[in-house]
Design a protein around this ligand. Sequence first.
Ligand SMILES: [Zn+2]
Length: 439
Amino acid sequence: MIDEKTIAPVVKELARALGDGADEQRIRELLRDFLENMKLEMDQAKRMVIKVMGGRPMATAMPGSDRKLDGLALDEKSVNLVVRVVHVTEKEIEAQGTKKRIYSGILGDETTTRPFTAWDAGAFKLSKGDVIKIENAYTTEWKGEPQVNLGRGARVAALPQSALPKVGRRSETRKIAELQEGMSGVGLSGRILSIERREVTVGEEKKTVFSGTLADQTGKTMFSSWHDFGLKEGDAIKVAGGYTKSWRGILQFNFDDRSQLDKLDDFPAAKDLSKPVTHSIESLDRAASAIDVEVRGIVLDIRPGSGLIFRCPQCNRVLQAASCREHGDVEGEPDMRVKAILDDGTGAMTVVCGREVTERLLGKSLDAVLKEIHGKKVVNYDTVRDKVSEMLIAKPVSVRGNATNDEFGLMLVSTELRFLSMGVADDARAILAEEEGAQ
Ligand SMILES: [Zn+2]
């Protein structure tokens, strides 16, 4: 029996939320029923009373009450939360022609973690580990899960660390496409597509690490196992208590002797998981990195620094007017690359093709290209870039490779470039549009 002192103020609160003429006796009965017979938590019980009595959802009906991250729906209008900033990055985006700085990252409480975006990084300061009270946030859908948004009406106040219990090494099961930087307590299942043993030095200590590529139906990730679990290529594994970390701009899934690892008998075959997963540029833009993905779109532009370029023999930097910004005038080494802007209707990204992909595109080796140029009366190195522009601009293509998203923006280093027929590109756009819509 829950005492009346606890019940009475909640009944008043609910009556206010439900509005004029709400039957307090009925509220009290329902509340007791949910708490005592159904053993619901107070928050849940309150929400149930509102629901049964035909009120609006809790978030709008009762702006005063804090919510838990695992109870958020996909499109809530006004939510108050007490959360810890698990991970945060500040970046500049362009929206409707104006540049602005936003925060994005992960929020956590004792129930789960959720991605968030704060659309005005100037409005308040967020740092990793901060415990904050957020008022008047709203949620949108991101990969079937709620994302917390802090718009113009949101308020943020700092709270002491003790306001929220530390999130333990409890494991929450994730798919590879959902991995974000700075996550801990991650549960993940995947098949090992490749693995190698490496010796590394961490501080003073020599360690053995087993790293490679892990895949599930949503994509691939690099992984590192800091403990010898006897893993080999082709194994399907289920890890509990892993964590993520970026290394050279690429997200890594890490686990160690404190993680739990089980081998799985039933998991999709390696040959089905090896294919690249097709992504929209918008979805890539929301991740820190993605490996071995395919993107389909139209080439909008070929950037300066494409075609035949010359690199500094000492530092490999691309020379500007035959000069390295570190080493001055040097004898440049020729190389070829393409820097293209690709647009798929959801966004635009930079695609960089290295020498091999550029050679395949031109159907000529670098040596053959140089011989041709030097055979002419007037040596013009720009001809390669002109040729590449003519071949690619306004053409629908598919590119495959690793994508990184950092202060330089979203970039994919392409290991494969295919031309698509116009019809195919339209189909691709239609499929992407459908996927985005369904998410
Ligand atoms: Zn140099």
